[in-house]
Design a protein around this ligand. Structure first.
Ligand SMILES: Nc1ncnc2c1ncn2[C@@H]1O[C@H](COP(=O)(O)OP(=O)(O)OP(=O)(O)O)[C@@H](O)[C@H]1O
Ligand SMILES: [Mg+2]
Length: 486
């Protein structure tokens, strides 16, 4: 397993550069990759994980300053260091400003100085990473202040809260009720639900409702991370014990001792990491990389997945023993389209949140807009609703109502008929038989959506046999995700 940091050098591999690259490899255990110009460097960045780029500003084959300036946006975590000749002050200042470089080194490049600057730059990046963690916690705290303020946005039913979760629907009341119960225990919890449904908010609510509330809650997204990095994030590592391990890392399990660790996108971890995690769940033992000492951490694990883990287990992609360890208790957050009653209260909450943030006072939301939002199928769930409302608020002028013209084009063109009853169904057809059938189709569709197309559960809820339900699906040509629009 390797944790070495990678340095990309862009420029002419002259003897001083080769000497510095040698020192970075031999003395500091970094991996050095050479590229002579920007196109080659871009290929490297697409193929390999790179931590720091050191680029010669005087490269004749490309505009290095423009290249580094682009990297600020395409690879924001990459540390940029300039190598300069005898640039005039004004040119150097401009290059530093455009590239937001961490530092510059002057020619001829000196090996020892290069190692020191690179090492310091990577330490600074590690500090920035920890800082980001804390800022994220603070930002979430800031959002909380909007949770208990009412606006004059029309809404049906009162908003209820579970920590920072806002809801009005019965299904969410049920989920939050279960969560409150399980919060009191120390059981591991597995939260499943589509993307953007609020799994992370629910995990936070669980922690802050548990007796661990005064200890830390640490969050780790397991998606898209190399095994060794994930290992070091969770279990920690010792400085110098690993190639490129520039400073000690405590690891989230120990940093959260007494508290909770939330493992997001748990379905993404590799088979070998699943073994490490299982061992931790069984024994509570933490052994940082490069350390002989085994320590213990008392943390509660909450894991989340937007892919049903059970199916991954069946397909042999997730260990069954780990699955059973993680799901001490299971919570499923339903998709937003299965709980339209949450839409008005969430809209109200987001109008307040973003209206306040953008100092742009919106006096309300028309019923027409609420009807469109209720009818839309929101594949991105609450996150998508929040983005939509944020966009509408940004477009509105002071003192305006949010109307259909503020909606994004995809939603603005939806034709919805006003709900004909309190449940949002509309009877279609001329004869009683046609109307009853149209209502039946809509009702069956809603129950299927609510149960995420689990036909056994839906059939049970509707009091039908599985075959009976399958007949109705065929009869009404029902399909997953199809919005109930006219
Ligand atoms: N019930 C809710 N009340 C208020 N805000 C919510 C609610 N549900 C979700 N949100 C907001 O929607 C966004 C997405 O929520 P969250 O990150 O918890 O979803 P997720 O299920 O973890 O998504 P993913 O699977 O993509 O990680 C966040 O900005 C969150 O604040
Ligand atoms: Mg999440």
């Amino acid at each position: 397993m390797s944790l070495e940091s990678s340095i990309l050098f862009v420029g002419d591999p002259c003897p001083e550069v080769k000497a510095a690259a040698n020192a970075l490899t031999q003395d500091c255990d970094y991996r050095v990759i050479m590229a002579s110009h920007d196109a080659e460097a871009t290929d490297v960045l697409n193929d390999a994980h790179v931590d720091l780029v050191l680029a010669d500003v005087e490269n004749r084959d490309c505009d290095v300053v423009a290249f580094l300036a682009r990297l600020r946006f395409t690879h924001p975590d990459l540390v940029r260091v300039l190598l300069i000749g005898d640039e005039a002050d004004a040119r150097l200042n401009e290059a530093l400003a455009r590239t937001a470089a961490y530092q510059y080194l002057t020619k001829p490049l000196q090996a020892e100085q290069t190692c020191l600057v690179v090492k310091r730059a990577l330490e600074t990046r590690e500090l920035a990473r920890r800082h980001r963690h804390l800022v994220r916690e603070l930002k979430i705290g800031e959002d909380a202040q909007f949770a208990h303020i009412r606006t004059d946005v029309p809404s049906k039913g009162d908003a209820r809260h579970f920590e920072r979760l806002v809801y009005a629907s019965e299904v969410m009341a049920e989920v939050c009720g279960l969560a409150r119960e399980v919060a009191r225990t120390d059981l591991p919890v597995l939260i499943e639900g589509e993307t953007g449904t609020g799994k992370e908010l629910l995990a936070r609510a669980l922690h802050f409702h548990s007796r661990r509330t005064s200890s830390p809650l640490m969050i780790q997204n397991c998606g898209g991370m190399r095994d060794e990095l994930l290992h070091s994030e969770l279990f920690g590592h010792k400085r110098g014990s690993f190639t490129g391990a520039v400073s000690d890392r405590l690891g989230l399990f120990r940093a959260a001792d007494g508290g909770t660790v939330f493992l997001d996108e748990i379905s993404e971890v590799s088979p070998s990491f699943q073994v490490s995690l299982l061992r931790f769940l069984q024994e509570g033992e933490v052994k940082p990389l490069g350390s002989d000492v085994t320590m213990h951490a008392n943390v509660r694990i909450i894991a989340a997945s937007n892919k049903p883990l059970k199916q991954l287990v069946k397909a042999g992609q997730f260990r069954e023993d780990l699955y059973f360890r993680l799901k001490g208790f299971e919570l499923e957050v339903p998709p937003l389209r299965a709980r339209p009653d949450d839409i008005p209260v969430l809209t109200e909450f987001f109008v307040r949140k973003h209206g306040g943030l953008l100092s742009n006072r919106v006096i309300g939301v028309t019923n027409d807009v609420l009807n469109v939002l209720r009818a839309y199928h929101f594949p991105g769930n609450v996150r998508e609703l929040e983005n939509e409302v944020r966009r509408m608020v940004a477009l509105a002028k002071d003192g305006e109502y949010l109307t259909r013209r503020h909606l994004s084009p995809a939603l603005a063109k939806l034709r919805v008929s006003a709900p004909s009853d309190g449940l949002g169904f509309k009877a279609e057809g001329k004869t009683l038989k046609e109307m009853v059938e149209s209502l039946e189709g809509q009702l069956v569709h809603r129950v299927l959506e609510k149960n995420r197309w689990n036909q056994s559960k839906a059939a049970r809820e509707l009091g039908l046999s599985r075959v009976g339900l399958a007949n109705k699906i065929r009869r009404y040509a029902l399909a997953e995700g199809k919005p109930g629009l006219s």
